[in-house]
Design a binder for this molecule. Sequence first.
Ligand code: ADP
Ligand code: ARG
Length: 268
Amino acid sequence: NPSPPLNLPNKLTLRRPKPPFSLSIRNSLSDSQAPTTPGQLRVDILSESLPFIQKFRGKTIVVKYGGAAMKSESLQASVVNDLVLLSCVGLRPVLVHGGGPEINHWLKRLNIEVSFHDGLRVTDAATMEIARVDPTVLWSIVNDGHIPVIASVAADETGQQYNINADTVAGELAAALGAEKLILLTDVAGILSDRNDASSLVKEIDIKGVKKMVEEGTIGGGMIPKVNCCVRSLAQGVRTASIVDGRVPHSLLLEILTDEGAGTMISG
Ligand code: ADP
Ligand code: ARG
């Protein structure tokens, strides 16, 4: 079981201690004392991640990256950095990327109207019925320690191309790969119990709970297809599905390697 939380703040401000200061040597694993130096704080956090590294080592984690988090170059770099770090400590990340803002940008330049239906882009909605996912080609890539990056376009036997919703691809792929986790990076804090209040984050919930929130109308718009993907992947054996704030740097590491996480974790 993961160790009890260290009660560290979510947002860390590292301050250089004012000299003169005295150094006290103490056991870095003891959490009964507040960290004394910035270095101490760092090793405390590193040490908090150990149970999660042990738990998730060798496990496949499918991450969908899209929306606002894709717009900023520094956030792109932070996502890539996190994926490499996770891979280096033994997890098996698979990245599925969406193209939302890019598609909207080009449609606008070409004067084509953007159209959404039930929170899904119309080109996605037409292809929601996913009959078959064949992840065979991914196994050798993942087993060699590489991180596959997958675009959410597909073709049928006749060569007809489809733009499939990237959340859908990530969810179905997670199920087909027998993944431990599905993580959808988005541009809200997670599932909110009041969608107009960013501080109303629901940190953990189960399938029954999200279904109730959809029925009551608390979850709406683009969040509905997102939670549906999560529920579908959980029903097919994925252990947890998280909806995480991609605008926060290193939110992937926060979600996977800390007790607190960085969004909403849905379990079966
Ligand atoms: P993405 O572009 O990352 O795929 P979407 O914009 O399609 O994400 O879906 C997320 C949106 O869902 C949020 O921006 C928010 O407006 C809407 N939403 C509706 N209900 C909720 C809720 N209960 N909690 C959070 N977001 C919600
Ligand atoms: N790091 C732990 C895990 O991945 C806990 C994550 C908790 N996340 C949350 N959003 N409540 O299992």
